[in-house]
Design a protein around this ligand. Structure first.
Ligand code: KIV
Ligand code: ZN
Length: 426
């Protein structure tokens, strides 16, 4: 088994994440998020891009003032005004980092920046030197690094390290690389740059092909010791590598991903929920680790297995990532065992006969609705216990637990809930 290394988590939820359409945050929201990131245990919080706007500069300044344990980073282009703005915003920080970047691919140099390679090297070196006047902790990023010509990229990296960069980040800016490629890429750069040992290397992968997490893990295999990522994987276009996925791979599969982070995984769910609340952007139901179905089991065979031994269908415990409890979603694929367990959790001890009848009625309801809520189940139990022969369409029920309520069973020819209100939204 490979030796376990420590890897630094650089969280860019408040910068790369925040700059994606629909994800902008107010200053007070950024501060709440930054406090949560501190509880989560990230090593570095990239709080914003101070030159971008007054609000961004203010957010960086306030995060730097109020959040004291992690390093606080501010982004800047390789331009004097940007660096000065970042340096000023970061002044209150206990541990400030200036993160300066310039593109190094010929495509970006020729078509976007319209500068020569020589001008690029000069700007990069000048920026790093200027940033060092504000702090000893300077990160340089070669934007579009993975599409840059290797010899030129090696030259830039060598020169910025000489100029005082302490971290060198080589982003897969457009999410174009594959894991085998990224691994070979980092191995080559680290081996070829003569002063590589004087800096820490970092990976920053975008998810355009859905490979950001796999690429980040591949970079670590090649010797990288900082991973840039975001909560819920938010970020430009398809997003960045998702923090929760990277961290949980290292926890669940230390045999294949031999690195350690300082993340308190029990805070993952809270961080994800807060971000969703602040941005108003929910994650998809099946999102790994934090999606609402990530620990939900509906299929009867799965529910039965999990109830007997959760390891049959769960590779991590929900409580380890802060998810309150295992969710057994009752639906048309559920089995008797799950129905019985949920009834017990709701306080109903059923006979085998009752379980059977409740189960049948639950399935009949689930055929019409996506899932069956606790209130629905309680209503069904009530019906069964009142010995109503069968729950026929149109039957009106009363006094279901918990709390009195009226429930109408949908008619076969009627539209599905919620119009009929069979427990949904109660
Ligand atoms: O994707 C990217 O290249 C970036 C840099 C600014 C680090 O976000
Ligand atoms: Zn990015």
């Amino acid at each position: 088994m490979a030796e376990t290394r420590d890897v630094v988590i650089f969280d860019t939820t408040l910068r790369d994440g925040e700059q994606a359409p629909g994800f902008s945050m107010r200053v007070d929201e950024k501060i709440r998020m930054a406090r949560e990131l501190e509880r989560l245990g990230v090593d570095i919080i990239e709080a914003g891009f101070p030159i971008a706007s007054e609000a961004d500069a203010e957010a960086v300044r306030l995060v730097a003032t109020e959040v004291r344990r992690p390093v606080i980073a501010g982004l800047s282009r390789c331009a004097t005004a940007d660096i000065d703005c970042a340096g000023i915003a970061l002044k209150p920080a206990a541990r400030p980092r200036i993160h300066t970047f310039i593109a190094t691919s010929d495509l970006h140099l020729e078509r976007k920046l319209r500068i020569t390679r020589e001008a690029c090297v000069e700007a990069a070196v000048d920026a790093v030197r200027r940033a060092r006047q504000y702090t000893d902790d300077v990160q340089f990023s070669a934007e579009d690094a993975t599409r840059s010509e290797a010899d030129f990229l090696c030259l830039v990296v060598e020169r910025v390290i000489d100029a005082g960069a302490t971290t060198v980040n080589l982003p897969d800016t457009v999410g174009y690389s594959t894991p085998d490629e990224i691994e070979a890429f980092f191995r080559a750069i680290i081996e070829r740059v003569p002063n590589a040992h004087r800096a820490l290397f970092s990976t920053h992968c975008h998810d355009d092909l859905g490979l950001a997490v796999a690429n980040s893990l591949a970079a670590v295999r090649a010797g990288v010791s900082q991973i840039e990522c975001t909560i819920n994987g938010i970020g430009e276009r398809a997003g960045n590598a998702s923090l929760e996925e990277i961290v949980m791979v290292s926890r669940v599969r230390p045999d294949r991903a031999a690195f350690r982070t300082r993340i308190d995984t029990r805070e993952i769910y809270a961080a994800s929920q807060l971000l969703q609340a602040v941005t108003g952007e929910p994650v998809q139901a099946n999102k790994a680790i934090v999606g609402r179905n990530a620990f939900a089991h509906e299929a009867g065979i799965h529910q039965d297995g999990v109830l007997k031994d959760r390891r049959t269908y769960e590779i991590m415990r929900p409580e380890d990532v802060g998810v309150p409890r295992m969710t057994l979603v009752l639906g048309k694929h559920s089995g008797r065992h799950a129905v019985q367990r949920r009834c017990e959790e709701l306080g109903f001890q059923l006979t085998r006969f009752e379980v059977d009848r409740v189960y049948r009625q639950m399935i009949a309801l689930a055929d019409r609705t996506k899932s069956v809520s606790d209130a629905d189940l309680a209503a069904i139990v009530s019906v069964v216990r009142q010995d109503v022969p069968a729950l026929r369409p149109g039957t009106l029920l009363a006094k279901a637990r918990p709390g009195p309520r009226i429930v109408r069973v949908p008619r076969r020819d009627a539209p599905a809930a919620p119009e009929l209100g069979y427990g949904h939204g109660v």
